[in-house]
Design a protein around this ligand. Structure first.
Ligand code: SF4
Ligand code: SF4
Length: 163
């Protein structure tokens, strides 16, 4: 797994490449992870509830008239980060760049599948990310801000102690 440091640092508010253009070589195809985990106020949809418009097998049933919030959203995988095979529905975790009220820019790790956050490749990505920016971890019913590698070690240690 590889976060492309330069792009993340350059494009904090939308992850753009150095020429200022969005990188969009990838397609969502069968992934609808964001349509489940994100809160979308205009649809009155809470976090971790699949949108009623998600089609069987993925995709949006109201694509042409989907809300602006949906049109503008892009996870880091869609923007070209991470490995090709680590699409959020496959990896079990969705990464985004976010504004955190305490730290400013942060990389958010949102758990899509239960327990995916402890997968070795996800832990490796968190280590890679927190060396550059604070990370915000969102799981069902839990939000944790991790500001440095020591805090991540403490969190991971707590998780293994509770396993
Ligand atoms: S989580 Fe990313 S890849 Fe999946 S549907 Fe949303 S934007 Fe597309
Ligand atoms: S309206 Fe479409 S794009 Fe938006 S959350 Fe629902 S299924 Fe996803």
């Amino acid at each position: 797994m590889s976060l492309r440091n330069r792009d993340v640092l350059v494009g904090m508010s939308g992850v753009v490449n150095v020429s200022g253009q969005m990188k969009e070589q990838r397609q969502c195809d069968g992934c609808s992870a964001c349509c489940e985990v994100l809160r979308i106020d205009v649809l009155d949809k809470p976090t971790y509830q699949k949108c009623e418009h998600v089609c069987d097998g993925g995709g949006c049933g109201v694509y042409g008239s989907r809300p602006v919030a949906c049109q503008s959203f892009r996870c880091l995988w869609l923007l070209g980060h991470l490995d090709e095979g680590q699409r959020p529905d496959k990896l079990g975790v969705m990464l985004t760049v976010t504004e955190h009220p305490l730290t400013g820019k942060a990389i958010m790790f949102t758990e899509v599948h239960d327990e995916a956050m402890v997968r070795p490749e996800v832990v490796a990505a968190m280590r890679e990310a927190v060396a550059r920016l604070p990370i915000a971890i969102m799981r069902k019913g839990e939000n944790v801000l991790v500001r440095n590698e020591q805090e991540l070690d403490d969190l991971l240690g707590m998780q293994s102690a509770c396993a």
